[in-house]
Each structure stands twice: as structure tokens, then as C-alpha cells.
Design a protein around this ligand. Structure first.
Ligand SMILES: [Zn+2]
Length: 54
């Protein structure tokens, strides 16, 4: 497998470090996406926790 010219799906940077859900991201966009995802996940967990303890 040769190294294709991968590009970040958000900013188009060739400095790709992560593949998330089939798309490639540079460090900056990838970490922002992961942060965003974990925020959503936390909110979801919080919501479930509050529902189950109600
Ligand atoms: Zn990027």
C-alpha cells in the first residue's frame, strides 16, 4: 500500500494524523472533533444518568 496524498476532511491539510469514521483529519481538526464528540457523549451519559436516577 503506497502512501496516498491524504488530506484533512475539514481544512485540507496534508498533515493527516487520524482517521475518524472513514475520514481523515489533521491534528487540529481531529482533536477538535474528538473533543466535540466526547462533549456530546458526556451530555448523553449525563442525560441517561439523570433519567435513571429520577
Ligand atoms: Zn484539518
Amino acid at each position: 500500500m503506497g502512501r496516498k496524498a491524504l488530506r484533512c476532511a475539514v481544512c485540507g491539510s496534508p498533515d493527516v494524523v487520524a482517521k475518524i469514521e472513514g475520514k481523515y483529519y489533521c491534528f487540529k481538526c481531529g482533536s477538535a472533533l474528538i473533543l466535540e464528540n466526547s462533549k456530546k457523549m458526556l451530555q448523553e451519559l449525563k442525560r441517561k444518568y439523570l433519567e435513571s436516577s429520577a
